[in-house]
Design a protein. Structure first.
Length: 164
């Protein structure tokens, strides 16, 4: 699937095994996800805050096909392999797990995180997997967005530049 040889890039099944082993050793598991199509400081902010909520951070990343279904045929701008390489450089990221579904629910059910994290454009009730995580004694955390940074704003600005 990905040509990156890094033991921190896991399949969904590997993520399930790894999270179970870590939990058995007392680690607090945190999960967040996204497309990360245009990685910006807002993403880094949320990832850093998410990691601070536990011992290990699993980062779910939509595949290229998943992003195309969600955001349209002209997306993603950056391939999965390139996005994974960038995300692995963030010291807050413990593991990166690509997923092909439109939502990360299947992956969340495999990892069974103690904490699920999303940005401030979500509410606790709108987070995919929130009910599942809460049913296992976990919690949902919403991290306020960093002002001035969003993929949509960057794309809009680039489109305006191209119109000039």
């Amino acid at each position: 699937m990905i040509a990156i040889l890094d033991r921190r890039v896991l399949t969904e099944d590997e993520a399930a095994i790894t999270s179970a082993e870590l939990r058995a050793n007392g680690s607090r598991i945190v999960f967040t996800n996204g497309c990360f199509d245009i990685i910006h400081p807002g993403h880094v902010h949320i990832v850093r805050k998410a990691r601070a909520l536990g011992d290990v951070l699993f980062l779910g990343v939509n595949t290229d096909d998943s992003i195309s279904r969600l955001k349209g045929p002209n997306r993603p701008f950056i391939t999965l392999e390139a996005r994974v390489q960038l995300l692995l450089e963030l010291r807050s990221v413990s593991f990166v797990v690509p997923f092909d579904e439109d939502t990360p629910l299947k992956l969340i059910k495999k990892i069974v995180p103690d904490v699920i994290v999303k940005g401030g454009d979500y509410t606790p009730d709108s987070v995919v997997g929130a009910d599942f995580v809460k049913s296992h004694g976990g919690r949902v955390e919403i991290i306020p967005l960093m002002k001035g940074f969003s993929s949509t704003a960057i794309i809009t600005a680039l489109n305006h530049q191209n119109e000039r």
